[in-house]
Design a protein around this ligand. Structure first.
Ligand SMILES: Cc1cc2nc3c(=O)[nH]c(=O)nc-3n(C[C@H](O)[C@H](O)[C@H](O)COP(=O)(O)OP(=O)(O)OC[C@H]3O[C@@H](n4cnc5c(N)ncnc54)[C@H](O)[C@@H]3O)c2cc1C
Length: 472
């Protein structure tokens, strides 16, 4: 640790006790590497406030000492956003001790929680009150509310409820100079100029430390059903989704995948079975829910709405889950896609991208063709949240597959995919953020945007002490 870091740690311990700062290397080690093991950093200590007041005091002490801080929640970032710099120039500030559900108000359908509350804990707490927080993702056992806010996380229910930005009513945060911003009143109307809450959502820890969040809740799920559709193309999938959306607002999930990805799951993941009998070029999983006993059961609803689309030929074949176990089996296929693809097809460059929803089918087709032409032998394909215009577009090494393909050719492939996304008016980061992984690409493709982000960052954090080296 530098003398300034050492002095900060001593002051923090003197004021808040030994638990407020971890310095044991073995305890720090697990938090120095990102989830996928791609980035490894160094940090001489992890500061751990247990309250907003402690967090604010720690930031003020860090400012006095000129010590940079890396805010960290569950460390599940997909883009290296919570990994400290490799040179040890920053300390980690972990929110994990701030894990209190402050209040759940069933009448107003809202919750107020500490930023370090883990998503699964939040789900359990609101379910116990007959309510639901309608955002979920694969990392729910580790990801924290503060991390979800700071990455504006998405997941599989964005279709109906939106991403984190749509679910946050107010934020409490420590700004880079140690000021506490209290936006927890969650005013429905507040036009006092720029919204600090909105600036903090998706800021990836570069504009301050989120300590508390007020969240919207929705009624709990009473029952659900999942349909599996066989389809000719992504365009047929989108037409099917639009047809369903025109008839009901109870569709919550709509995920697509190509036949080859389904086959990869069936051959690699034990206990999985093909949902449909025949082969279909594309597949979609559709989830519908009921939030009360009086509503038409979701399985009946899906059957009633999907049958005419099969008769018309828009959908080639369909089946609807007849039990919760079968619904879970369908979701298991979707959730196993990345693992099965990795095991079956070998190395791939992966891109979390979005384009305008209506353009996505055309983009999937044309981008795959162009990439395969430019890099003969590779295979490109996408799966995921079609209804959000967000897919995970993977380019597999295919015949070019050598052990160093990713390292040698991966960056050029990624640049090409990002160029195509940008030309289609899309985003090179739909839900995972920029972190360190996409920083250079953001600057290459959106210099004007980065110039403005930097100006905002410089005005709030002139000394660059909040999550240095990330996003901008
Ligand atoms: C298996 C798996 C599946 C995933 N699926 C999805 C998905 O479907 N959709 C999706 O959007 N994401 C997904 N993710 C990504 C990840 O879960 C989200 O980015 C999540 O929001 C990160 O939460 P976290 O607490 O782990 O944050 P961390 O990883 O600790 O931090 C993420 C970023 O937020 C900052 N940060 C964290 N806490 C705070 C805070 N309190 N104040 C200020 N800044 C903070 C960090 O500095 C960093 O920049 C997935 C990740 C995994 C591992």
């Amino acid at each position: 640790m530098t003398p300034a870091q050492q002095s900060l740690v001593e002051q923090v311990r003197a004021r808040f006790g030994d638990r407020a700062a971890i310095t044991d290397a073995a305890d720090i080690e697990p938090w120095l590497t990102d989830w996928r093991g791609r980035w490894h950093g160094q940090a001489g200590a992890i500061l751990q406030p247990s309250s907003t007041e402690e967090a604010a005091a720690m930031v003020r002490l860090a400012v006095e000492q000129g010590v940079a801080l890396v805010p960290q929640g569950g460390n599940t970032s997909m883009v290296g956003g919570a990994t400290p710099p490799a040179d040890g120039s920053a300390l980690i500030l972990s929110l994990r001790r701030m894990n209190r559900i402050r209040a759940i108000d069933p009448g107003a359908m809202r919750a107020e929680v500490d930023a370090g509350v883990v998503l699964q804990t939040l789900h359990d707490a609101v379910t116990a009150k007959g309510l639901r927080f309608p955002l979920t993702l694969g990392a729910k056992g580790s990801a924290t509310v503060g991390g979800l806010v700071s990455t504006n996380a998405g997941g599989t229910q964005v279709l109906r409820f939106g991403n984190m930005r749509a679910l946050v009513e107010g934020i409490e945060a420590i700004l880079p100079d140690g000021t506490v911003h209290d936006g927890l009143a969650g005013l429905k109307k507040d036009n006092r100029g720029y919204s600090l809450d909105q600036l903090l959502i998706g800021a990836e820890g570069t504009l301050g430390i989120v300590t508390g969040v007020r969240l919207k809740l929705v009624p709990a799920v009473h029952s659900r059903a999942v349909a599996w559709l066989g389809l000719a193309s992504p365009q047929a999938a989108l037409d099917g989704l639009r047809a369903l959306e025109g008839l009901t607002n109870r569709v919550e999930g709509f995920e697509i995948l190509p036949e080859e990805s389904l086959k990869a799951v069936l051959s690699h993941i034990p206990g999985t079975r093909p949902p449909l009998e025949g082969n279909h070029p594309w597949h979609a999983l559709v989830e519908a829910i009921a939030d009360n006993a009086e509503a038409e059961p979701p399985a009946d609803l899906l059957a009633r709405l999907i049958a005419p689309l099969v008769d018309k030929g828009l959908i080639q074949d369909a089946t609807i889950s007849s039990s919760e176990a079968q619904a879970q089996a369908f979701w298991r296929i979707r959730d196993s896609l990345s693992e099965a693809e990795r095991a079956t097809f070998g190395p791939a460059t992966q891109h979390d991208i979005s384009v305008p929803v209506e353009s996505m089918p055309r983009f999937m087709d044309s981008a795959a063709r162009e990439v395969e032409k430019a890099f003969p032998g590779v295979h490109a394909s996408g799966f995921g949240h079609l209804g959000d215009g967000n897919i995970h577009f993977h380019v597999r090494a295919g015949e070019r597959g050598t052990s160093d393909w990713l390292e040698n050719e991966g960056p050029a492939v990624t640049r090409m995919v990002h160029d195509l996304v940008t030309a289609a008016g899309g985003s090179i980061s739909a839900e995972h953020g920029i972190g360190v992984m996409k920083k250079d690409e953001l600057e290459r493709l959106s210099p004007d945007r980065v110039r403005i982000l930097r100006a905002i960052k410089a005005s709030l954090d002139p000394d660059g002490l909040m999550n240095p080296g990330k996003l901008v």
